[in-house]
Design a binder for this molecule. Structure first.
Ligand SMILES: [Zn+2]
Ligand SMILES: [Zn+2]
Length: 367
């Protein structure tokens, strides 16, 4: 199959012919139809995550089940599916604690660039290529754990389903599951990228009265407002904390969603939040980075700081909710799709992402 392979950090992905093995027990072979180009892929390509190489990136994807391995009962050949980048085993400590995104089995497999049994289906057996988050969708085909396949309705386009596989669910869930925004509340979203826009949209859907978008790039004002932001604060020109406080009567917001992974922005999100409010940290910082808060204020502030990954809940449930809202016309997702490209242009897509082009680039196959 044709695939984009990361062989050294900082270098372009190489388009190669890669062997892919048959799915083993509880595994599924999926023909990838659409895959998004996400900042997490970029972080890995730029060496910020310390992932073992070589690997095939790509984790925001949808496709059609081609074949299933032994013991698979969730899906069959021909099913249309969105892929989860945190498929869980269902029987470890964290699965039993209802934290499927913390699944021990997944964590060990993803850390090793492997599937459940600790081996890869990608590349020649003697020189295997790593799986990325048990997805590796920058390729025509992927072998994934059965639990990574979530069936989607026939009327959901693959490009939309791909976006729901990461950015939409991450931003939506942070607002709904972690910030638990209620109608009439105030929220700040720090970082207006793919995830931030989905957080803004979810806050608007939840009836938040004040939705403040913060970004260092004022050119993002218009798109933030179009997704439901009521205010935009340019972090490059003004003291963003003072501005956000001024917009909330000096008190601060009920909840903050931090999407940049930058330690200064994380501290600002904390400072922008009112006492007893909730700070949700979504942005992934490079390895080795810490963020600081003034310790003397923390006990008396009664603030909660929550780490949020993949929407903070049960991704499969959130994906189903999001697709239901989309199909009822309440969550416009088609507008998030920017350029549609072929796999050969993947390196260009990452350069667009770095320069802040707003809408998501989608790689489509078989067009
Ligand atoms: Zn992603
Ligand atoms: Zn588990």
């Amino acid at each position: 199959m044709k695939a984009a392979v990361l062989r050294s950090v900082g270098a372009d992905l190489l388009i190669e012919d890669v062997a892919i093995a048959e799915p083993r027990d509880r595994e599924v072979l999926v023909r990838i139809m659409a895959t998004g180009v996400c900042s997490s892929d970029l972080s890995t390509i730029r060496g910020k995550t310390g992932a073992q190489l070589p690997l095939i990136p790509g984790h925001e994807a949808a496709g059609i089940v081609e074949r299933v391995g032994a013991g698979v009962s969730r899906v069959k050949a021909g099913d249309r599916v969105v892929l989860s980048w945190a498929p869980n085993c269902g029987h470890c400590f964290y699965c039993n604690e209802s934290h499927p995104t913390l699944c021990d089995t997944y964590g060990a497999a993803a850390g090793a660039g492997a599937l459940w049994d600790g081996t890869s289906r990608l590349g020649p057996a003697a020189q295997p290529i790593g799986h990325y988050s048990c997805v590796s969708s920058f390729a025509e085909l992927a072998v994934v754990p059965e639990t990574g396949c979530i069936i989607i309705p026939d009327d959901v386009p693959f490009a939309v389903a791909a976006l729901v596989g990461c950015a939409v669910t991450t931003g939506f869930g942070a607002v709904v599951n972690d910030a638990r925004i209620k109608a009439g509340q105030s929220i700040v979203v720090v970082g207006v990228g793919g995830v931030g826009l989905n957080a803004i949209q979810a806050a608007a859907l939840a009836g938040a009265e004040t939705i403040i978008a913060v970004d260092t790039n004022p050119a993002k004002t218009e798109v933030a407002i179009s997704y439901g932001a009521t205010h935009f604060v340019s972090a490059a020109e003004l003291d963003a904390v003072d501005q956000v406080k001024a917009l909330t009567g000096g008190r601060g917001v009920d909840a903050a969603i931090e999407c940049t992974g930058h330690p200064v922005a994380m501290g600002n999100a904390y400072a922008m939040t009112r006492p007893a409010g909730t700070v949700v940290i979504v942005g992934i910082a490079p390895i080795g980075v810490n963020f600081a808060i003034p310790a003397i204020s923390f006990p008396g502030s009664k603030k909660r700081i929550i780490g949020s990954i993949y929407g903070g809940g049960v991704p499969e449930q959130d994906i189903k909710s999001i697709l239901a809202l989309y199909r009822r016309g309440k969550l416009p997702l088609d507008r998030q799709i920017g350029k549609r490209i072929a796999l050969d242009q993947v390196n260009e897509a990452f350069r667009w992402l770095e320069t802040g082009v707003m809408a998501r680039t989608i790689i489509e196959f078989g067009a």
